[in-house]
Design a protein around this ligand. Structure first.
Ligand SMILES: *Cc1c(COP(=O)(O)O)cnc(C)c1O
Length: 466
């Protein structure tokens, strides 16, 4: 299996050729999903006793299977949070695989971890966290949020013997990402939601009111507040400064989930919106969203690394060697939930080292200006209405007269024809804002990440709603 013969050489060339073509193709075909049975009818069983051969397997992948996927880097893929990994980062993702480095401990990963840490230093510096703060790359925002929540919960338990008897409780906002709610389940913590204010943000005043209204026992169970630095649906950044005030006052762990929005910390035009983030105890940023890394690459950053290590460092007889003096250095496994890990920060490092950070700033600013441009085009169109001014690179808008079904049909039509992927979403106004009942509307949404998206792409998509 491991010896190299002439077939392997040919297959290697085929695969490298495909990879190079795909990396240079900035407008890949927009695939669409098929039923599992249809795929089975097309390709048949692929894992057999004798193997079907690399050539055949690769052919099936190229000709059939990859066409049943959507390339997230398509410039008219503006749904969910799209992606646009740099060529340098993708190429280095190949190198990361080829180099076969175990990234858990300095003993085996020193040179690679050094690179990751160079990239991390830049991320940490963007947050403005004080000296001593640092972080580690994770598989994504979900595991970064989970790692931070575990560190917070353990720190709270260690503060006071009594806390060990309580089920933990955390507070977040309606706009928080679903992963915050589902990771609370993973750590068996309860969760309380605070309504967003008139500006659709979590603010300190409403947070304080919520805390003041807790029962005595719930107040004791409360260990953390999770604010969002760019909601996934609308790009809204909570009022981090006033939330930080409350967390300080109430002695609560302050986590900022900036999985999507974190890239904008590098954008001078909006950096002030994140003021207060430098007071966080932990921060999540996903380089695979707005920092042009290939999947998957998240990051969790802590103000106090010691607290993270207390929560995450794994013990085991066969692991002691990694802590040996000769191998001493930064051990990524000590700061998040994963042990064996890919050096998933390496592609980001190479791309940053090659291009410099200024190019990142420009590419992120491009996403922000595309959002402003889209808003202008929407306001100028008679058939459309802007739901709210863009926040970061998210634009929420309505096609006047459309209901949920119209949006769905339009989405499928554009997707199936390979033209664009733009999906509907819901926009909710809580009862506290409408002065009556909660109001939920189906609308549409753009999220801009890809600097290759053009103003004409936007115009054509909007025209398809006429
Ligand atoms: C995308 C996102 C997450 C989840 O990150 P994954 O990388 O998908 O696990 C968490 N929080 C926010 C705000 C996000 O936008």
């Amino acid at each position: 299996m491991h010896s190299i013969d002439i077939d392997t050489v040919e297959m290697t060339l085929d695969i490298m050729k495909y990879a190079i073509n795909r990396i240079s193709n900035t407008s890949p075909e927009m695939g669409s999903p098929k039923q599992e049975q249809d795929l089975m009818d097309l390709v048949g069983e692929t894992v057999t006793k004798e193997g079907i051969g690399g050539e055949k397997a690769f052919e099936l992948f190229k000709d059939v299977l990859v066409k049943a996927t959507v390339p997230v880097d398509h410039p008219r893929h503006l749904a969910f949070v799209p992606a646009a990994p740099t060529r340098a980062a993708i190429l280095f993702d190949l190198v990361t695989s080829a180099a076969s480095i175990h990234g858990a401990y300095w003993m085996t990963g020193a040179g690679g971890i050094f690179c990751e840490n160079q990239a991390m230093k830049w991320l940490v510096q963007l947050t403005g966290l004080p000296e001593g703060a640092f972080g580690v790359f994770t598989s994504g925002g979900t595991s970064a949020n989970l790692s931070a929540m575990i560190a917070a919960r353990e720190a709270w338990r260690d503060k006071n013997e009594e806390n060990k008897a309580y089920k933990a409780l955390l507070i977040t906002s309606n706009g928080a990402h679903s992963s915050v709610k589902s990771m609370a389940k993973v750590i068996d913590a309860d969760i309380i939601l605070v309504d967003d204010d008139e500006e659709d943000k979590l603010n300190g005043k409403w947070l304080q009111q919520k805390i003041d209204g807790l029962s005595e026992i719930d107040r004791k169970r409360l260990f953390a507040v999770v604010a969002t630095g760019g909601t996934t649906n609308a790009g809204i950044i909570d009022d981090l400064e006033s939330v930080a005030d409350v967390c300080e006052q109430e002695d609560l762990w302050f986590h900022v989930d900036a999985a999507y929005g974190g890239g904008a910390l590098a954008a001078p035009s909006v950096r002030h919106l994140f003021n207060g983030i430098e007071r966080a105890d932990s921060i999540t940023i996903d380089p695979h969203k707005w920092m042009f890394s290939p999947y998957d690459c998240g990051a969790v950053i802590y103000k106090n690394m010691e607290l993270a290590r207390n929560a995450h460092s794994q013990k085991g007889a066969y692991l002691d060697i990694f802590k040996d003096k000769g191998a001493q250095g930064f051990n990524p496994a000590d700061y998040q939930i994963q042990l064996t890990r890919r050096l998933r920060g390496l592609p980001l490092w190479f791309s940053l080292a090659m291009h410099g950070t200024e190019k990142y700033t420009q590419a992120i600013e491009r996403g922000l200006s595309l959002a402003l441009n889209a808003a202008k085009q929407i306001e100028a169109a008679k058939h459309l209405e802007l739901v709210r001014a863009p926040s970061l690179s998210c634009v929420l808008f309505k096609r006047i007269g459309w209901d949920a079904e119209d949006y769905r049909d339009w989405t499928y039509k554009n997707h199936q024809s390979g033209f664009a992927l733009v999906t509907p979403t819901k926009w909710t106004k809580p009862a506290s804002q409408t002065g009556g009942k909660e109001k939920v509307e189906t609308i549409s949404r753009f999220c801009f990440i890809n600097p290759d998206t053009t103003e004409e792409d936007i115009a054509e998509i909007l025209a398809s709603m006429e």
